[in-house]
Design a protein around this ligand. Sequence first.
Ligand code: NAI
Length: 336
Amino acid sequence: MGYRIALLRGDGIGPEVINAALEVLNQVGFKAEFIEIKAGYDYWKQAGKPIEDGALEVIRKCHCTLKGPLLTPPGPGTYKSVVVALRRELNLYANIRPFKSYGESARPVDMVIVRENTEDLYSGLEFKVGSTALSIRVISEKASKRISRFAFELARKQKRRKVTVVHKANVMKESCGLFRSTFFDVAKQYPEIQADELVVDAAGYRIVTAPETIDVLVASNMFGDILSDVAAAVVGSLGLAPSANVGDDHALFEPVHGVALDIAGKGIANPLATILSSAMMLNHLGEYDRAKAIELAVDRLIREKKVLTPDMGGNAKTVDVAHEVARLANEIMARL
Ligand code: NAI
């Protein structure tokens, strides 16, 4: 099948980790036409816009999108986050972030954070009144229902037993209250799955102290964003956390991490998050064997502890990890 994949290489370590993923995809025999979309900080500096014109139309015609991280300068005066806009414009309402401890681990972690991707404080509704800045938190029943259903359907498909809603309904009684009550309404349609709740601060504590008790977490946009980095630290590195942004008509795959300017250009970025994101893409496309080969290769690489980047305690380069995962995945592929 002739796949068309939109490719955004990203800023900072983006091009390094995307190249690694492309090498691995190639080695498992995934054939696709990759259509490059120019976007990000460097592009903005030369073109005066953060993403090329007509990008959305091109992306919509592709089977899905593979993306590296994009830099968004803080504060007013520049452009708004490209990825937040893409999630909204393409209606990629569910952000799926699996966190797994690969290799041998004293405390095996296997949780999924399902983050609502279109609303909350990330709606960009901000303004100033005199010297006070205001930000509007948008939580609708429609989006809360959609993301709760998505989380329960994911739990059912992956044979998981519990879905926990994250909120702060004791303080934000209207917005979090609606998110929470909608979740428990939806839960009634899934009697075989336990519905649970955690206040967001307790959720952060639980992820660190007892991650093995968490199965699926469903959270509004900002809580899901913050808790994802906490979960990434628990499984070992941000460089190990993949993600999928999924809607009814399109899906975009990207690592959870950002552009990591502190290590960009040094060739030491961990490419595993992007490689695992590309495996999520293969699963989405129905290329299950190829996805499995990549996941098993990553598991073996971490178990063997020989070729790891510095964030995981090794001294390998990004390209070394890419070559090794590609080699292992190719070997595993031949046996599947
Ligand atoms: P960051 O994820 O870029 O870096 C946080 C820390 O994790 C740094 O110490 C970095 O070196 C380390 N790290 C991240 N990825 C790594 C990898 N693959 N291998 C080894 N170490 C890794 O987070 P930060 O500094 O908050 O964000 C920087 C920029 O990235 C911001 O401009 C933000 O807008 C952008 N960003 C973009 C995202 C996207 O496009 N989806 C997501 C998150 C941030």
